[in-house]
Design a binder for this molecule. Sequence first.
Ligand SMILES: NC(=O)c1ccc[n+]([C@@H]2O[C@H](COP(=O)([O-])OP(=O)(O)OC[C@H]3O[C@@H](n4cnc5c(N)ncnc54)[C@H](OP(=O)(O)O)[C@@H]3O)[C@@H](O)[C@H]2O)c1
Length: 323
Amino acid sequence: MKAMVLLAKDQPLVFEEVDRPIPEAGEVLINVKAAALNHRDVWILKGLYAGIKYPIILGSDGSGISEDGRRVVINPSINWGVDPRVQGKSYHILGLPADGTFAEFVKVPSESVFDMPAHLNFTEGAAFPLAGLTAYRALFSKGEATAGQRVLVTGVGGGVALMAMQFAVAAGCEVWVTSGSEEKIERAKAMGARGGINYRSSDWAKKLLELSGGFDVIIDSAVGDGFADLVNILTLPAGRVVFYGATTLGNIQGVKPAVVFWKQISIIGSTMGNPKEFADMLTFVEKHGIKPVVDEVFALKDVNAAMRKMDEGKQFGKLVLSI
Ligand SMILES: NC(=O)c1ccc[n+]([C@@H]2O[C@H](COP(=O)([O-])OP(=O)(O)OC[C@H]3O[C@@H](n4cnc5c(N)ncnc54)[C@H](OP(=O)(O)O)[C@@H]3O)[C@@H](O)[C@H]2O)c1
């Protein structure tokens, strides 16, 4: 089968003919029709991820056809374990250490395969799994966002962030966004966000607080220098700031402890999600007829151009590979 293989750090992925995977007991083979990129793939390419091995077929997101002919999506959260709160020791994410979806076929545990929501095509189906699961857990399970609450999603151009915004809008929250791009803010507003501000502008947090009146829930994946500002604009009672990434590679600094304990603020980390959350996310997506925003579709062999686009942050929504 054809696959895009990573052979070494910082090298372009190579289009290769490799053996079709042979499923073991409890596994199934999926004929991949579309795969999507996540920032994780870029971190692995750059050597900035734990447990990297070569050669590896990257790709955590995929949609396709199962051996029994169903249209399916793959839950990339493999072997979650028995505790719904936290993943167990044998947990891993599809696409490292196990070969992923940037290939014509992938083998996965049978419990990782879910019927694709009927209103989605393969491109849209591939765009959902990792970002949708991460957004769903961060927003609802950890952030406890409910209708009428005011939610801020930072860096809305990101794959997870944009999905969090769509989910929050669908749930009836009042949603605000930040972005490094005015155009992305306007696009978010066209999709239901109440307003937004450029995180590169001076005094952005102060201005955002004035415009919005403060937040119940903030969903972030940038961390770094702006994080203390996020805590400061969490002014509604018992606010929650949930972060699932650290894109700026900065540490959390400058948060005033008294602000956190006096305002009953929760600073919460979140990663991926458990199988029930994945199923619940698909049900939510189907119920609200949500379609992911697909920024661009590339051919499998053009994955390196897609990786560059993600690294440069030029996308709005998901970058998908057609296979
Ligand atoms: N823990 C988990 O389970 C999990 C799951 C998925 C992702 N992640 C991590 O979460 C991060 C985002 O992943 P992704 O796949 O959604 O990546 P992505 O699509 O590449 O999005 C990254 C976004 O970060 C935003 N950003 C950059 N600098 C920022 C800043 N200073 N303040 C606010 N936003 C900023 C940009 O938004 P604009 O374009 O709007 O400026 C950019 O689009 C990555 O670090 C990834 O590794 C973790």
